[in-house]
Design a protein around this ligand. Structure first.
Ligand code: ZN
Length: 308
């Protein structure tokens, strides 16, 4: 067998084994973070856009963001739609929200009967609030997918229940708690876009999700204090300026936040062309401030919470 053929076979085996292992471990006992989408909005990064699952004892209970491609990763993860307790949206940019209709349509083919709450930010002149966003998709007669309007009216097997969470101010907000889970949110600065960071406390462990943000209003350290895992969006390199820097945090800010919050592990996601290939440089900036475990996310990857 020629070298090239050998490589193709070996690479296929590695990919298959890797994906299988990831899915299997996420479904193990304990709490797990699974990265569904580790990319940004580009269609050239080989990654799904933002999406994360929090698994507990074999059930994927919490979905955070659902950008394009994340629902294919959801399918590959083996997660059951009936197990999902809640959907959290950090903000309503396309690369964080566009797969919501895909999830709802897919749910039609399952035995789900429990209502599905969706929590996301309030709106402003640029963005609808989360409830208005959901209505703009599904409400009959005005929604783009009004043929699915029964998921708002109760005429389908379950209802979609959208809730707005304030994307103003600097307070850490207790949003909801149930069955060993507590959800907390705070507004973060993502340029002019209303945006939230989320914290999930589950079974004695804690995870935080920065969403897209640039660090300007300094709210994330308080929300993420002491968490086992901080998923930080690494969308720009250290030397970014202008619009990019108004929307996103550079590696130095990720390091500062991780250190101040004393997080136990950082997972870097929302990776884009402008940061791919510059991992050493990004890591160096973060390492000047934060010494704990640090990982660059890949689609499908699972992280035990806490790490063992
Ligand atoms: Zn965004």
């Amino acid at each position: 067998m020629k070298l090239k053929q050998l490589c193709v076979v070996a690479c296929l085996l590695l990919t298959t084994a890797g994906a299988g292992h990831a899915a299997q471990s996420c479904r193990s006992a304990g709490v797990w973070l699974q990265v569904l989408g580790s990319g940004g909005p580009e269609l050239t990064d080989g990654r799904a856009s933002s999406g994360y699952l929090v698994w507990q004892d074999g059930r994927a209970r919490i979905l955070v963001d659902m950008g394009p491609g994340s629902m294919l990763r959801y399918e590959q993860s083996g997660a059951r739609i009936g197990d999902l307790d809640v959907v959290l949206l950090t903000h309503l940019h396309v690369d964080h929200s566009a797969d919501l209709p895909a999830l709802i349509k897919a749910a039609f083919f399952t035995d789900r009967t429990r209502d599905l709450p969706v929590y996301g930010p309030t709106g402003n002149a640029l963005m609808p609030d989360t409830a208005a966003f959901v209505r703009s998709l599904f409400a009959d007669p005005s929604g783009a997918y009004r043929y699915l309007g029964g998921y708002l009216t109760g005429d389908e097997a379950f209802r979609l229940l959208p809730h707005n969470v304030s994307a103003m101010g600097t307070a850490v907000q207790s949003v909801v708690a149930w069955q060993g889970v507590k959800l907390t949110a705070t507004a973060v600065h993502h340029g002019p876009i209303p945006a939230l960071a989320w914290r999930v406390d589950i079974a004695g462990h804690a995870l935080a999700f920065s969403g897209d943000m640039n660090g300007d209003n300094h709210t994330l350290p308080k929300l993420a204090a002491g968490v086992d895992v901080l998923v930080a969006h690494h969308a720009i390199p250290q030397d970014a300026e202008g619009v990019e820097r108004n929307l996103h945090m550079p590696p130095s800010v990720i390091g500062e936040i991780a250190a101040e919050a004393k997080v136990k592990q950082v997972v870097l996601s929302h990776r884009m062309q402008r940061t791919l290939g510059r991992e050493t440089e990004s890591k160096r900036e973060i390492r000047k401030r934060y010494a704990g475990p640090l990982a660059f996310a890949e689609d499908g990857q699972c992280f035990r919470v806490p790490m063992r």
